[in-house]
Ligand binder design. Structure first.
Ligand SMILES: Cc1ncc(C[n+]2csc(CCOP(=O)(O)OP(=O)(O)O)c2C)c(N)n1
Ligand SMILES: [Mg+2]
Length: 361
């Protein structure tokens, strides 16, 4: 995709494919026969749809970042470098039956499940005609099968558990998907939720999104326990790992986990290692560069999930022209949504109404 000097991390602006990593990307696909079969069966339309979604996640962040620089909003939590951990798994959901419970790093899930992009941006502006009616910048819309994040980290695990139990009790199909950051694995509700989900065999998929940092605290400062890959077994849950910078591996691993849930075999914990290519939010990007080793930015910067997927698409005969057109469509949609959201903000109905919906939705 077109790179941006202003909004891409420097490692991405100058990105060129590393042949060893491109080869490794293919190798990862061959490691698991079930995942490989699913990936090889993806046709061009589905491969391109996944590409559009991945690019959209990147461009949503760039638009938010631009608003921060323009003083439209104070800050934004971005997913740069981690897009595949959201895009791939959400693509494995059935938008008629399933729900996603994103946390701040997974906001593109809402767009993937059908929330109009303008509503996504309206949420950040606190616009009264956005899905939260201007009351919460946490992004989600139940009508579009996403639940907006709770600020207390780890709190979405029990919510996913409860929703999955409801599906089970009402004998309705439906799988709950949520993410837990490496830092959030240390909170009480996370453990209570994991344990009860395993005991009750609920249809939920929990993704441990290990980006190796929590706010300004490195993973090695919070985590002495064994590798996260050992955690599913500790809870008596099925588990697997996927490459957090590999959108196809992420999709296929989640698709298999979702199938397992649909068979009534209980929850699955997926572990994804990735890396935050920026700050916790836009306000501390410089501090992040001081907190985490420069070598990590260099090494993970070569593993741009968008760039590596583009290399894969080339191998499947989807060339630059077709990818460029897909990117163009997404860019236009994002820009149009940005303009619509800004128009909402300046419209009269965005002010007043403070007491509306305080006691009733
Ligand atoms: C219970 C609780 N403690 C602290 C915070 C402040 N806080 C917000 S995000 C965050 C870091 C979360 O790190 P991680 O779970 O690794 O997710 P990441 O931001 O890396 O995606 C913290 C400590 C909070 N929101 N809730
Ligand atoms: Mg983290």
């Amino acid at each position: 995709m077109n790179r941006s000097e202003a909004f891409d991390p420097p490692e991405y602006f100058n990105w060129t494919p590393d042949p060893t990593l491109v080869q490794q990307y293919h190798h990862t696909i061959t490691q698991d026969a079930n995942r490989r079969a699913l990936i090889e069966a993806l046709d061009r339309d589905r491969l391109l749809e996944l590409y559009r979604r991945l690019v959209r996640a990147r461009l949503i962040d760039q638009a938010l970042n631009r608003w921060v620089r323009q003083g439209v909003i104070a800050k934004a939590w971005l997913s740069t470098g981690e897009e595949a951990v959201t895009t791939g798994p959400v693509y494995a959901l059935d938008a008629r039956t399933d729900y996603a419970l994103p946390v701040i790093r997974n906001h593109s899930a809402s767009a993937d499940l059908g929330l109009p992009l303008a509503d996504l941006f309206r949420t950040y502006l606190g616009a009264a005609d956005g899905p939260s009616h201007g009351r919460d910048l946490h992004l989600g819309a139940f009508a579009h099968r996403t639940v907006s994040p709770i600020s207390s980290t780890g709190a979405m695990v029990p919510v996913a558990l409860g929703m999955a139990m409801a599906m089970q009790i009402q004998q309705r199909p439906g799988v709950m998907l949520t993410w837990v950051g490496d830092g959030s694995t240390k909170s009480g509700p996370t453990h209570e939720g994991f344990n009860f989900a395993a005991v009750r065999k609920v249809p939920a998929v929990f993704i441990i999104q290990n980006n190796q940092v929590a706010l300004g605290t490195r993973l090695d400062q919070t985590h002495l326990a064994p590798d996260f890959a050992d955690w599913p077994e500790a809870y008596g849950m099925a588990g697997a790992s996927f490459d957090g910078n590999h959108v196809l591996d992420a999709w296929a691993a989640t698709a298999l986990a979702v199938e397992r849930c649909r068979r009534g075999e209980g929850p699955v914990m997926l572990v994804a290692n990735t890396f935050r290519m920026g700050g916790h939010a836009t306000h501390d990007e410089r501090e992040a560069r001081a907190t985490l080793p420069a070598e990590s930015f260099a090494a993970w910067g070569k593993r741009d999930p968008v760039g590596l997927y583009e290399e894969y698409l080339k191998g499947r005969g989807i060339g630059e022209g077709e990818r460029g057109r897909a990117e163009g469509v997404v860019r236009d949609a994002v820009e149009e949504a940005v303009a619509l959201a800004l128009a909402s903000r300046s419209a009269a109905h965005s002010r007043g109404g403070v007491l509306e919906r305080v006691y009733a939705p």
